[in-house]
Design a protein around this ligand. Structure first.
Ligand SMILES: [Zn+2]
Length: 209
């Protein structure tokens, strides 16, 4: 699939250790992934039609557990790091950047995204968007705010977490129905294109830590 993608600006790439909001990248994500007319649309992201998403380029290198982190998704309002004043500073910064506290914040490594193949960038954005989920109740039904009627949001972990050695020894059934679905998906041709991301998502490593 041939899709034009946004790149970090020269000014962003010449910076070091900075975070830069990019409203055009944000618009591009909505137009391509979230609106149902977009070429990368997936109904997995439907609830995001009601979400505000802030998007940042980072030129601050980030590593965890020896792996370079190239993307991360989070819910700023649920972030509990630091004390009250640190939290107040972070919230103020977000409001100054985005005009509100966004429901989700996605941060992408500008230097990686400037040079990675198109399909890897598309897959990275899709990966981060998939972390940005609608909460579900005890019966698995999507949750809505009783007052506003809007979806309530949460971070979604991986569909599959299993050891390769267990699947090798006991078969994919040992890893559950979602692992079977993953194998089936892997056996069919990629709908968009075959990406190859060897680096890491900060949200995944955080979930695994
Ligand atoms: Zn992830």
């Amino acid at each position: 699939m041939n899709i034009e993608r946004p790149y970090p600006s020269e000014a962003v790439l010449e910076s070091f250790g900075r975070m830069t909001p990019d409203p055009e990248l944000r618009e591009w994500i909505y137009t391509n992934y979230i609106e149902d007319t977009g070429p990368l649309y997936s109904d997995d992201h439907d609830h995001l039609q009601h979400a505000s998403i802030g998007v940042l380029w980072s030129t601050e290198p980030n590593t965890r557990q020896g792996r370079a982190i190239i993307g991360q998704a989070e819910i700023p309002a649920k972030s509990t790091m630091g004390g009250k004043w640190l939290r107040a500073r972070v919230m103020q910064q977000l409001a100054d950047w985005f005009g509100e506290i966004p429901d989700f914040l996605i941060t992408l490594d500008a230097n990686y995204c400037a040079v990675c193949p198109n399909v890897d960038f598309l897959a990275l954005v899709d990966h981060e968007l998939t972390h940005c989920a609608q909460d579900r109740d005890a019966f698995g039904m999507p949750k809505f705010n009783k007052q506003t009627g809007m979806p309530t949001f949460t971070m979604r972990g991986h569909d599959v977490e299993e050891f390769v050695s267990v699947v090798r020894r006991f078969g994919v059934g040992a890893a559950g129905a979602e692992a079977k679905a993953l194998v089936e998906a892997a056996q069919s041709k990629p709908e968009i294109g075959a990406a190859n991301i060897a680096k890491a998502c900060g949200t995944c490593l955080k979930a695994a830590a």
